[in-house]
Design a protein. Structure first.
Length: 253
């Protein structure tokens, strides 16, 4: 099932991270991405392992490059490398999260009731959703977690925010859609629904619209990442997604 999809997906993830970064630092077996304007965003300030890294050196490397920040995040894109890195990072106080690489293998849905919107339309519902996730976060942290979406336009040839609107016109559910038509790859990322609109079909509208737009752009590899330990993975399976691999996120602080 994975065939040529997994290598293309891993390459896409690494390229996206490099392109949207404020700056990058090459490392043996990977690279660091940094954005000084988004210090509260872990994904914008992390180490990414996409090759043969020495697991024993990763904790010290993360301390050296991320020492100005309260967090440490190391993402490992290869499943075997992730298993190899685990013992050293867990011993150094990191926790591990496993994300499923889920490929869309079902039929592409027709149409979709959602639409592409600008970041301005998403700011208010994003602020409320992040405050729900992180009630202790200060205003600057919330601002950065919302505004980091602006730099994502650098990450792929086409970046769209897909939203399904509530009756009052405000986005009820939304997701990012990253398209690389030349490589035939599309990623759906950060699928979120406002709490008051859960269970009303808005998330499905966003997913079906994103899948149709990706297919219309010529992207035969359509994927998303899902937390292995969280319920949305089952929902994605019902919408035609199949697990073909895993990535690992090791975090501390």
């Amino acid at each position: 099932m994975s065939g040529s999809h997994l290598p293309r997906i891993r390459s896409f993830l690494a390229d996206f991270a490099r392109r949207q970064a404020g700056r990058t630092i090459a490392l043996p077996g990977g690279f660091a991405v940094l954005n000084d304007a988004l210090g509260h965003s872990h994904t914008d300030n992390q180490l990414i392992v996409d090759g043969a890294a020495d697991p024993g050196t990763l904790p010290a490397t993360a301390d050296a490059l991320l020492g100005h920040l309260p967090h440490r995040l190391i993402t490992v894109l290869d499943e075997r490398a992730g298993a190899a890195c685990g013992p050293a990072l867990l011993a150094a106080g990191y926790t591990k999260a496993v994300h499923l690489v889920m490929l869309h293998t079902g039929p592409v849905p027709e149409g979709g009731a959602a639409e592409a919107v600008g970041l301005d339309a998403l700011r208010a519902p994003l602020v409320r959703r992040w405050r729900g996730f992180l009630p202790a976060a200060d205003e600057e942290a919330i601002r950065q977690l919302v505004e980091r979406r602006a730099v994502r336009h650098r990450g792929a040839d086409t970046v769209e925010f897909i939203a399904s609107r509530a009756p009052d016109g405000e986005p009820a559910s939304w997701a990012d859609l990253y398209l690389d038509p030349a490589a035939g790859v599309a990623q759906i990322e950060d699928v979120l629904t406002a709490e008051e609109h859960l269970g009303k079909g808005h998330g499905r509208a966003v997913l079906t619209t994103a899948l149709r737009r990706a297919a219309d752009a010529g992207c035969g590899t359509r994927f998303l990442l899902a937390d292995e330990a969280d319920w949305p993975r089952d929902w994605y399976e019902r919408l035609g997604f199949t697990t073909i691999g895993r990535t690992f996120a090791f975090e501390r602080g």
